[in-house]
Design a protein around this ligand. Structure first.
Ligand code: DUC
Ligand code: ZN
Ligand code: ZN
Ligand code: ZN
Length: 486
């Protein structure tokens, strides 16, 4: 057999096992895995290091403007380059609808931002903020037909919140088409009530950001979102779970068979609300929503990562620079509600998870492969990615599991002027990343060509085993001769 590339002398990590072997690539796909593979136009010496499925970053904000109009610092070039240096071979940023925009126009805009620039394969999750009848019944089905099979909605922020009825509508449409609804779950009124009280007390420094968004706001909203999804028997993905209570709801609902998926993020494992209380405005670097919590929460979240309650650990890379074009759009002394909301971390996600997860003995290599890549591929319909099986895309990351490195901004290769992970000492470094067989980063050097990444049309998302459940009220309505739900 002829191979374009052979990766030899590595330790291969699959979802099921870890073994020494070679991997042959032909036409961008994995063509063979064997103890020894000869030939190959290009031979890459893995040198005993780990050969793993390339990471899939399923939660990041790239070339996206927030509802208050701030553009993320990273575009599809710097965002994908940074992702690749962090061990990723594919990413799925958001395409955000702001009120009044048509979904078709939103997608055309993001195609223009992504296609000429991305060095990695990509898709989008659509953010829906304006679920009109046209959006629900014409535009979302069209987006689905072109392979965009996940829709994120917000339960918070006045400019984004779709309300419970809007969430039910989107869940229903998503279910009908085989799409997965993702939800940002925080109780909007609880946060607004806290904001009003804090503002009345003159409490405006960054540390009050964490006070303003209580753990209970997340717990309540996750529970409500799950109930709404159960009512219409639709699958649901809860993004950026930051609380013990939220994780426990996810765990309980999964155990009872709810088609529920969830992620947490490195920032909730690595930092606490104490980081928001750094001197001066430094705390603004740690403003993200939901906010950072405390050490007991970190431990609880790690336990749920180790216990497979979470399907993925995603970065939620939301890069706003520490300057007037980013965090301080509303001035250097802006009160916390007017500071841009989000933390960068697309390059740090997997090194952090590898170091504090695998190297620290909290999770296995197989769990790392699942949390970094395999689960996202399966849940979000990236059917040719996330595995080293023959026939899959040759999306591969080679990791040096023993190399130690101190996190530095210049190694993030993003457009940011800080990394919250600065100075952290981590074990395990991704050295080479291939996307469909083409090297993007090789031995720590960028080899990519701008625009080499391709849009990936995704298969239906979130289609875990359907229970065929119908809420008793819908059954009752049907008996009365009225069909009101799927
Ligand atoms: N939600 C996100 O998913 N990312 C950044 C901010 C937010 O509210
Ligand atoms: Zn969110
Ligand atoms: Zn996000
Ligand atoms: Zn560099």
């Amino acid at each position: 057999a002829r191979f374009d590339t052979v990766i030899h002398g590595g330790t291969l990590v699959t979802a099921a096992e870890t073994f020494k072997g070679d991997l042959g690539i032909r036409d961008g796909r994995i063509a063979a895995i064997a103890e020894r593979i000869e030939g190959g136009e290009r031979r890459i010496d893995a040198g005993g290091r780990l050969v793993m499925p390339g990471g899939i970053e399923a939660h990041c904000h790239i070339a996206q403007e927030s509802s208050s109009g701030v553009m993320s610092a990273d575009d599809y070039y710097t965002g994908s380059v940074s992702a690749a240096f962090g061990g990723n071979s594919c990413f799925v940023p958001f395409a955000a609808q702001h009120r009044g925009q048509s979904i078709d126009a939103v997608l055309a805009t993001y195609d223009g931002r992504a296609a000429p620039h991305s060095v990695l394969d990509y898709s989008y999750h659509l953010i829906v903020s304006d679920p009109t009848q046209t959006v629900l019944h014409e535009e979302l089905p069209r987006a689905f037909a072109r392979g965009i099979t996940s829709f994120k909605v917000f339960m918070t922020y006045d400019l984004m919140n779709v309300g419970d009825a809007g969430l039910l509508d989107i869940l229903t449409v998503a279910k009908a088409h085989g799409a997965l609804t993702m939800v940002h779950a925080e109780n909007n009124d609880m946060v607004k009530w806290m904001n009003a009280r804090l503002s009345g007390a003159g409490a405006t420094e960054p540390k009050y950001h964490a006070v303003s968004r209580p753990e209970l706001a997340e717990e309540e909203a996750i529970h409500r979102a799950v109930c709404l999804a159960r009512l219409v028997d639709a699958p649901l993905f809860v993004v950026h779970v930051s609380t013990r209570g939220g994780a426990e709801i996810v765990s309980r609902e999964k155990a009872r068979g709810t088609r529920l998926f969830a992620e947490t993020c490195p920032q909730y494992l690595a930092f606490t609300r104490a980081d928001l209380d750094r001197p001066g405005m430094e705390g603004a670097k740690y403003i993200c929503s939901p906010p950072l919590r405390d050490e007991a929460t970190q431990e609880a979240l790690w336990a749920h990562v180790a216990g497979n309650v979470f399907d993925s650990v995603s970065s939620d890379h939301a890069p706003y620079r520490f300057d007037a074009g980013g965090k301080f759009l509303n001035g250097a002394d802006a009160p916390y509600p007017k500071i841009a909301n989000g933390m960068p971390g697309i390059a740090a996600r997997l090194p952090y998870l590898f170091s504090e997860g695998v190297a620290a003995g909290r999770i296995t290599l197989q769990q790392f492969a699942a949390l970094s890549s395999g689960n996202a591929a399966r849940i979000f319909g990236l059917t040719s990615k996330g595995s080293l099986m023959p026939g899959f895309d040759a999306d591969i990351a080679i990791w040096d599991p023993e190399a130690r490195r101190t996190v530095r901004l210049e190694d993030q290769h993003d457009a940011m002027d800080y990394t919250p992970f600065e100075g952290m000492e981590l074990t395990g470094v991704p050295v080479t990343v291939l996307n469909r067989g083409a090297s993007v980063v090789h031995e720590g050097r960028l080899e990519a060509v701008r625009g080499q990444g391709r849009f990936v049309a995704r298969a239906p998302s979130g289609q875990g085993p359907a229970r065929g459940y119908r809420a008793p009220e819908f059954e009752a309505a049907a008996r009365y001769g009225v069909e009101i739900a799927p």
